[in-house]
Design a protein around this ligand. Structure first.
Ligand code: AMP
Length: 403
């Protein structure tokens, strides 16, 4: 890495998508952001926004057969803005990797052995790790000389005590198949819990925070003095809160019932719980804006879906208050948490005995900045703290390669 190399390319590879951001860590500014969708289909689409040049958003459609073709198209767009991947200013590529198991507790420079280990985790993350691996292979082929760093969604949760991470099932069976609670969205929980401490003017080591990451996927975490002590997602991102399309917590016997009584196959049950449950299963919509609109029109199904979503959130707030013993702050983040004031109001309503309340005027403010929504004298600070997983990945990547 040269002394002037301060740029980091962040790649988030999904099964048929590739999201990217090029950041300059000199001032944490974004130089370009974009997304390739429908990789492998006839009409893949690349949307590229060159923020550094102030240029207009560019959209290209055309077949991109695989991630290799997609990344090459992204590289061409970046080169057209004078931000090519061959630039000596590029310090590293940071990859979002969903599952790091127990082995990866921190961001890691990728070599062949690390890649093999990430592959070994495919059985516990069959939906996510294969796409991440493809992204890594593609980027390594394009710039073999450049440090590539894996930043794991699970890493922040590896500090969970054993009694929080273990399921109460036969230990030998659990260990043989690496079955335990890993948690996800860790990059967001790490970033938001730190930002929340900063909002309170404190060091992360001084505060206990409950983070509610409410996006299409949703998870809660209990963070004590900067360390995660519990989180709502488990072996997979299916456990915990009610989500856009996932059920969250459910009696595992429901799955036996669906197979034995309803005659569904393993894959059908998987699809039902991951893709056709949660808000979409309950009311046919997974976008909170649409659900609120329907509630305003008097739609009972939408109202019930909302109430189930809120009830689950309250249960986790209660549980994590007990786990932490003392709560200094509750932080709402991600698409729903940052934008849906009615969700924040409803989740906190009735929790005054737990020291939590929301000020209606503060809650109505729209802003991209971290902000308090609790009254001045609230025992627990309730906050909206926008997440920024790409910035966190870039920071962790840059810290590692510039150390
Ligand atoms: P994320 O996964 O963090 O991108 O969050 C996506 C979800 O955020 C969407 O499915 C919506 O439910 C929700 N969302 C985004 N914008 C708003 C908004 N203005 N009001 C309510 N919900 C929103």
């Amino acid at each position: 890495m040269t002394a002037t190399a301060t740029r980091v390319l962040v790649l988030n590879s999904g099964s048929s998508s590739l999201k990217y951001q090029l950041l300059d860590m000199h001032d944490a500014s974004r130089l370009a952001v974009g997304l390739v969708e429908r990789i492998g289909e006839e009409t893949s689409r690349l949307v590229h926004t060159p923020l550094a040049t102030g240029g207009a958003k560019r959209e290209t459609e055309g077949a991109m057969a695989d991630h290799d073709a997609a990344l090459k198209a992204v590289a061409a767009e970046l080169a057209a803005d004078g931000l090519g991947l061959d630039s000596p200013q590029l310090a590293a590529i940071g990859h979002r990797v969903v599952h790091g198991g127990l082995k990866f507790t921190a961001p890691t420079v990728i070599d062949d052995a690390v890649l093999t280990e990430i592959e070994r985790l495919v059985p516990v993350a069959p939906l996510h790790n294969p796409a991440n691996i493809t992204g890594i292979r593609t980027a390594r082929a394009l710039r073999p000389d450049l440090p590539q760093v894996a930043v794991f969604d699970t890493a922040f949760h590896t500090t969970m005590p054993e009694y929080a991470a273990r399921y109460a099932i036969d230990v030998a069976t659990a260990d043989a198949h690496r079955i335990r609670r890993y948690g996800f969205h860790g990059t967001s929980h790490a970033y938001v819990s730190r930002k929340t401490a900063a909002l309170l003017g404190k060091d992360p080591s001084e505060v206990n925070v409950i983070v509610l990451h409410l996006g299409n996927g949703a998870s809660a975490s209990a963070v004590a003095g900067g360390r995660c002590v519990d989180t709502s997602m488990g072996l997979t991102p299916l456990e915990g809160l009610v989500m856009g399309t996932r059920s969250g917590d459910i009696d595992p016997a429901v799955t036996f019932h669906l197979k034995r009584v309803a005659g569904m196959s393993e894959d059908e049950v998987d699809e039902l719980l991951n893709k056709k449950s949660g808000l979409i299963g309950l009311c046919g919509d997974n976008d909170m804006r649409e659900i609120r609109r329907r509630i305003d029109e008097g739609d009972d199904r939408a109202k019930l879906a909302f109430d189930i979503y809120i009830h689950r959130l309250k249960k986790y707030l209660g549980a994590y208050t007990a786990v932490l013993g003392r709560v200094d702050a509750v932080a709402f983040t991600a698409g729903v948490g940052e934008n849906a004031a009615p969700v924040r109001e409803a989740a906190i309503a009735g929790l005054a005995e737990m020291g939590m309340s929301v000020d209606a005027d503060r809650n109505a403010v729209r802003s991209d900045e971290p902000r308090l929504i609790s009254p001045e004298d609230s025992r627990v600070a309730v906050a909206v703290v926008p997440t920024d997983e790409e910035l966190e990945i870039a920071q962790q990547t840059y810290a590692l390669v510039s150390a």
